[in-house]
Design a protein around this ligand. Structure first.
Ligand code: NIG
Ligand code: FE
Length: 418
């Protein structure tokens, strides 16, 4: 039995279709459907266009109608292409220390930082981790986020990384959103590992990757390329191995020092994320490649440091996605819409560029073709705002929340009902 849902009329629908993946976008380039409607069948978009036309086309069919009163704007559900929301504990102490003058790296050296969260996460059961993810994902849902990438990387042993990936899988079944898992076993070399960084990576490649494949726990591999984590040489052989096993690649690149983005280009990674330290050289390299440059304004806000040079990346012809980097250390806020709006204000990004960064360009950063734009056949993932014009959304800098969120054609958040 095919189930059809018809939603509208929307004052504006921004389908985010027919836009280029690379380079700048003017607001005037945004396709806009005024007084529009959307027909959904089996969780996918079947038709999209003027409400009145669709209404007459559907005459006589069995349809569940959702008639909207007042002004509404509809966008594709947002995609948060980089988070670390699987963790135990809190790093509020780090935040206080940092704001009292200690640097991120100093805090890490003094026993705070990533290792602190590893210790807390190892003490947390798989079930509890899954519950934590579900709770955080729920908050993202209220911001219109319908797909969330979630990294491991606070387990840092074969068993603990497997535990994290299983918890992400479990949370995905309990969340309204799709959670896209990524293996970040190469976050840092764990302090308790007896051996070199290279030996740690060898263990991950030989012992963890085959189990991930066997159990189909994730399809993406990430590595933190940084002085405090792994060198480009270590990362290159690691990523080569991962690529040969069929994993998509992504890199935590150029956060404090450069090197990672160049490697991302060399290895044909899907995305290079962070890029706060990228210079003209890295920007040019990224722009000439197929790598999606993912800005993480939440990490800049959490650490109080420079934003990714998003304007320069777009002007050079790069593809810019924007993600929250929601994590207990550098990115505790986890509010994608607020952060994307703030990045837009500081970097002088058009609204079109910001919205592209959290929709179809974010989908490309995850190598997902079935979402991020409201095209025929795409997943019916929708973020609906109670306003007459899309400019209001970023203008309100995250304060205007969606009134409805749809995932795969199901109404999963309805502000009127809470
Ligand atoms: O993306 N830079 C490396 N990893 C995370 C931080 C994780 C943490 O501080 O716990 C990031 O910012
Ligand atoms: Fe990160």
């Amino acid at each position: 039995m095919k189930k059809t849902t018809f939603i509208g009329p929307f004052s504006q629908i921004l389908p985010m279709t027919h836009l280029k993946i690379n380079g700048s976008i003017h607001d005037n380039d945004l396709p806009l459907i005024e007084d529009g409607g959307i027909v959904i069948r089996n969780g996918r978009i079947e038709k999209i266009g003027p409400y009145r036309n669709l209404k007459s086309e559907l005459a006589g069919e069995e349809v569940t109608e959702r008639v909207l009163e007042g002004s509404h704007v509809c966008l594709p559900g947002f995609i948060d292409a980089h988070t670390h929301i699987c963790y135990g504990g809190s790093r509020a102490r780090d935040y206080a220390m940092r704001n009292s003058g200690k640097s991120y790296l100093e805090i890490a050296r003094e026993g705070g930082g990533i290792w602190d969260t590893v210790t807390q996460t190892r003490k947390t059961s798989e079930d509890e981790l899954a519950r934590g993810i579900v709770k955080r994902a729920k908050r993202h849902l209220k911001n219109g986020v319908t797909t969330i990438e979630v990294k491991s990387g606070y387990g840092l042993s074969v068993e603990e990384e497997l535990k994290m990936l299983r918890a992400i899988g479990e949370a995905s079944t309990l969340s309204a959103q799709d959670l896209i898992p990524t293996c970040l076993a190469a976050h840092i070399c764990p302090k308790d590992f007896e051996g070199s960084s290279q030996e740690y990576l060898d263990t991950i490649m030989q012992e963890l990757f085959p189990q991930i494949k066997e159990q189909d726990l994730c399809r993406r591999v990430d590595i933190f390329v940084e002085e405090s984590a792994f060198t480009t040489e270590e990362a290159e052989s690691y990523l080569r191995f991962a690529r040969e096993m069929g994993f998509d690649l992504t890199i935590h690149a150029d956060q404090f020092t450069t090197g990672g983005s160049q490697l991302a280009v060399k290895m044909g990674a899907i995305s290079a994320d962070h890029l706060e330290a990228s210079t003209e050289k890295e920007i040019k390299l990224l722009a000439g490649s197929t790598v999606i440059a993912t800005a993480l304004p939440g990490a800049s806000l959490g650490l109080g440091c420079a934003f990714t040079p998003a304007r320069k990346i777009l002007d050079a012809g790069g593809a810019l996605a924007i993600a929250s980097d929601h994590n207990p250390g550098s990115g505790p806020m986890g509010d994608l819409l607020t952060q994307a709006a703030i990045l837009g204000a500081f970097e002088k990004l058009s609204n079109a560029e910001v919205l592209a960064g959290i929709t179809f360009r974010a989908a490309a950063a995850l190598n997902l073709e079935d979402r991020g734009a409201l095209a025929i056949g795409s997943r019916a993932d929708l973020a609906v705002f109670h306003t007459g014009h899309y400019n209001e959304i970023l203008y309100n800098q995250g304060n205007l929340k969606p009134c409805m969120v749809w995932k795969n054609g199901q109404l999963v958040f309805d502000k009127h009902k809470i």
